[in-house]
Ligand binder design. Sequence first.
Ligand SMILES: Nc1ncnc2c1ncn2[C@@H]1O[C@H](COP(=O)(O)OP(=O)(O)O)[C@@H](O)[C@H]1O
Ligand SMILES: [Mg+2]
Length: 337
Amino acid sequence: MDILSLNNISQEFFLPRKLTDIVTNRPARSIRAVQSMNLAIHENEILGIAGESGCGKSTTCMIAAGLLAPTDGDVLHRGQALTAMDEQTKKTFRRSVQIIFQDPYESLNPRFEIGDTVAEGPRAMNLWPEEVIQEKVRSILAAVGLDPDRFIKRYPHELSGGERQRVGIAAALVMEPDIVFADEPLSMLDVSIRADILTLIKTLAAERKFSCVYVSHDLSILGNVADRIMIMYLGQAVEIGSAHDVLTNPKHPYTKALISAVPIPDPTIDRGVPKIIGDLSMPVNAHKGCQFAPRCPYAQDTCWQEFKSLSGVTGLHESACLREDAPDVLNEVVDAN
Ligand SMILES: Nc1ncnc2c1ncn2[C@@H]1O[C@H](COP(=O)(O)OP(=O)(O)O)[C@@H](O)[C@H]1O
Ligand SMILES: [Mg+2]
């Protein structure tokens, strides 16, 4: 059974009306942060989510982790809708779904010793007797590479960024979750230590058998860690499939453009990718079609009118491009550029 599924999730944020909107009687504007998203996270998989800043990656994670109620659609944990859970099931959900935060400098309480930080979740939920909690805290600290004898009594300010992020990982994993959301967990860290933390998350996911949703705007990181990859553009899932398929045989013009932006150190190689025009727009009062249409060299009228939601469930390679059936035309346009 899938651990977590998102069924047709949408999230709209209404922006406060400005004075000029009020005097000109303009209706409230809204941002469609996530639109008609379907996604199932399978057992023991690492699912990567990629896309430019502001495309709705964090909002998707917050909704999936139960921290934000979606405007529309259902989140199911092991087949049970979050909105219909009784207290006991909700407690299990809160324990089973954990988050590793982006910023290890902000997410740790500066007044708590590391041991207490990691023990906080199990204590708050009364998961085990205190001696068992102590034992589990020591064991998870060792598992994330922090010697418990050296670190348990220390405070966050005495730790490096990488060590703090290890504490964040320990605090999530001590709950023995079945799914962990890691929302750009490396972005605040030095490049030199990123690979170690990435390997740690990947190894622990395999050893402790939890699924992981790993968010990054960096495709080369996802290529190293993810089993499947979902690409988002302005609130819409535009492509999903095995990491290998998406990276080596991208179908959606946006994915092709993203991959072409990964630098390769040989200027003579021409990857024959579509040239993206224009800037990333804000999804304010978005049109109802494909959000990539304004920048897509292949867009036709239908692309502005219709958007194809992905099922995101089967694990097969899917693209939301309405023009996927016209590869010859696409190639001609690429050649013309
Ligand atoms: N609480 C909020 N109120 C209004 N707009 C928001 C809120 N949270 C996110 N947004 C907007 O929703 C869009 C998606 O944001 P986010 O999910 O944080 O993107 P990402 O994580 O991919 O950078 C952005 O345009 C962002 O400005
Ligand atoms: Mg984000």
